[in-house]
Ligand binder design. Structure first.
Ligand SMILES: Nc1ncnc2c1ncn2[C@@H]1O[C@H](COP(=O)(O)OP(=O)(O)O)[C@@H](O)[C@H]1O
Ligand SMILES: [Mg+2]
Length: 273
């Protein structure tokens, strides 16, 4: 049984404002996706192509306009509050570590929150588990007492990763979660995630713009364009010279050439991928 199963997912948002007539635009057209235990699924695509939307739908944080979302075999489409065993099973790490941590909570409190909620841990058992998780992501147990402002962006991101690992989830959505880490730490975190999937069958949706990481870390991969998922072989992105798939793939992940951007009226700003 897949841990997460999406079928026929469609999502539209309204564009326009108070004075102009709202128009709908479609972010996801008809997306089918299933994620099994121990699987790592890579997802690439231009900024704005709908990767995070798909991630949020997969986490049950947002409802699709059509289609169904099943998590651990249970249909949770349109659920406003997910059952506790599902909330625990599906965790997420966003790219924005600062925005996803409370500046007034210490690192230890941030990591302790899911342990208190889901495992009812307290006292020494709680402190020991927090220390263990800090060490797992390459930080020190002494860091538990520090506030987020004392950490670098990469360190804070590791605290978010420790918080996601805390409830021993079955799926983690990593939404550009390792992009801000330097290469050594990135390698350390990816090794850690790899060992968790071998040991416990943890599955990942790995959203990134780095094809090397997809190649190194993912079993299957998709690029998102025009609201659809297109599969590609993560191992073959290098041997596909001249291939239509590779061309589309690069079109999906690279920003437009400066010339093309100017023609589109984009005044030379860089386009985040
Ligand atoms: N809550 C929302 N309301 C309106 N538009 C949204 C909302 N969330 C995302 N969008 C729009 O949907 C599109 C896809 O966004 P997103 O899923 O964040 O893309 P990606 O993660 O690939 O950059 C973008 O055009 C974005 O502006
Ligand atoms: Mg995104």
């Amino acid at each position: 049984m897949p841990i997460v199963e999406l079928s026929g997912i469609r999502k539209t948002y309204g564009r326009g404002g108070f004075f102009r007539k709202q128009e709908r635009f479609t972010v996801l057209r008809n997306v089918d996706l299933s994620l099994r235990a121990g699987e790592c699924l890579g997802l690439v695509g231009r900024s704005g192509s709908g990767k995070s939307t798909l991630g949020r739908i997969m986490l049950g944080l947002e409802s699709p306009d059509a289609g169904s979302v099943k998590i651990l075999g249970q249909d949770v489409t349109g659920c406003t509050r997910l059952p506790e065993h599902i909330r625990r099973a599906v965790q997420v790490v966003f790219q924005d570590a600062i925005g996803s941590t409370n500046p007034r909570m210490t690192a230890g409190e941030i990591i302790a929150e899911p342990l208190r909620n889901f495992d009812k841990l307290q006292g020494t058992a709680l402190r020991e588990r927090v220390a263990e998780l800090l060490e797992l992501v390459g930080l020190s147990p002494d860091d538990a007492g520090k506030l987020p402002g004392r950490f670098s962006g990469g360190q804070l991101q590791r605290i978010c990763i420790a918080r996601a690992l805390a409830p021993s989830p079955q799926v983690i959505v990593l939404d550009e979660a390792v992009s801000s880490l330097d290469m050594l730490i990135q390698a350390h975190i990816l090794d850690l995630l790899d060992s968790l999937r071998r040991r416990y069958g943890t599955a990942y949706l790995f959203v990134t713009h780095d094809l090397r990481l997809v190649r190194r870390f993912c079993d299957r991969a998709f690029f998102m364009s025009d609201g659809n998922l297109h599969a590609f072989d993560p191992a073959k992105t290098v041997d596909m010279k001249g291939s239509k798939v590779l061309e589309e793939l690069f079109n999906a992940i690279l920003p437009p050439m400066p010339d093309a951007a100017r023609r589109q009226g984009n005044s030379g700003e860089s386009v985040a991928v």
